[in-house]
Ligand binder design. Structure first.
Ligand SMILES: Cc1ncc(COP(=O)(O)O)c(C=O)c1O
Length: 329
């Protein structure tokens, strides 16, 4: 099992602090979740794949993925596509960013692909020769992000060589970038981050029809639970909530990066849902916060910590107090 943020039970055991006392800043999940309402019959009835979920997703993502593709394919979390795509694409050379989501490389390797990594910016190097280029945009954990034009150029390059460009936009909702639509592009979306619905396990894949159909067949019937479909339909259709969430996240993100800079974590960079701070003191910084019941995500190669967003005034106070104690002589 790879390491992930959000493992509060493990932290509670390790640091001997009761579960309920933790402030979890170890993930990039929005601290405010979409207020889902589940009807009683959602638990009783089997999910029906001709409900309004796909139409809601197509409207929300504002594209039908790809001009010749079917509509977005619902996934039980975008993780499902991360694991299946390597098995549905013929083994070849795969290039990933050097510092990215930890699930990509093992999934490609397990399916017999040759994986190599390059610095995020070097993904745009025209001499890269790979059947698959896969990236998270914005990248997790570093927050690196390509603009629309760069992604379009990369998509064209992969189309010309008959390869794939897989763009994982799991963290892309807060500040959406226009994603390319080309026969070489596979897009992944998640409801876990911006909508704060990681527990519902809902994502989408947009890919050309043959691949998308193969993925649908691999997932089989009823891949998404009915309550999750209902939650997703509500969240994807509620544009008023989405606009308010964007605003809240932008404000919290500005506040977080300002606070970290003020407390001498000047390298703090990141997307809207987290701040990534490369620091040689990552291990002691992580322990300092954990002793105070605040869980950060720690990275060792290279050493860094990632801060998620506090969701209310008392959580901000706890974070500020722990940062002040870190700086205290
Ligand atoms: C970049 C990235 N993509 C995808 C996922 C998987 O998200 P989910 O399966 O909840 O959609 C994660 C989870 O942390 C992630 O960080």
């Amino acid at each position: 099992m790879l390491e992930h943020g959000g493992r509060l039970r493990e932290a509670a055991r390790q640091w001997n602090i009761p579960l309920a006392d933790w402030l979890d800043l170890s993930t990039g999940i929005a601290p405010w979740s979409y207020p889902v309402q589940i009807s009683a019959d959602a638990w009783q009835r089997l999910p029906e794949d001709d409900d309004a979920l796909v139409a809601s997703a197509a409207a929300y993502y504002r594209h039908a993925c790809h001009h010749t593709s079917p509509l977005p394919l619902p996934l039980p979390g975008s993780q499902a596509a991360i694991q299946w795509l390597p098995r549905l694409i013929a083994p070849g050379r795969v290039v990933l960013p050097a510092n990215t989501y930890g699930e990509y490389a093992p999934a490609w390797r397990a399916a017999g692909h040759q994986v190599s990594t390059v610095p995020f910016a070097a993904l745009l190097d025209k001499t890269l020769d790979a059947e698959v280029i896969m990236l998270a945009n914005p990248n997790n954990p570093t927050g690196d992000c390509f603009a629309a034009a760069a992604l379009a150029a990369l998509a064209n390059q992969q189309a010309q060589r008959g390869g794939w460009l897989i763009i994982d936009a799991a963290f892309g909702d807060a500040q959406p970038v226009q994603l390319p639509s080309s026969s070489s592009v596979i897009l992944l979306h998640s409801l876990g981050k911006f909508f704060g619905l990681a527990g519902a396990r809902v994502g989408f894949c947009c890919a050309p029809p043959t691949l998308q159909n193969a993925l649908a067949a691999a997932l089989g019937p009823w891949a998404l639970a009915n309550p999750s479909r209902q939650a997703a339909m509500q969240a994807l259709s509620d544009t008023t909530w989405q606009a308010a969430q964007r605003q809240r996240l932008a404000e919290a993100s500005t506040r977080l990066s300002g606070l970290l800079r003020q407390h001498e974590l000047p390298n703090c960079i990141g997307g809207t849902l987290f701040c990534y701070a490369p620091t040689a003191q990552a291990a002691t910084l992580h322990a300092h916060f954990a002793q105070r019941g605040i869980l950060l995500r720690r990275f060792d190669h290279p050493p860094a910590v990632r801060f998620g967003l506090p969701g209310n005034a008392s959580d901000w106070q706890r974070l500020e107090a722990a940062l002040s104690e870190w700086n205290a002589p």
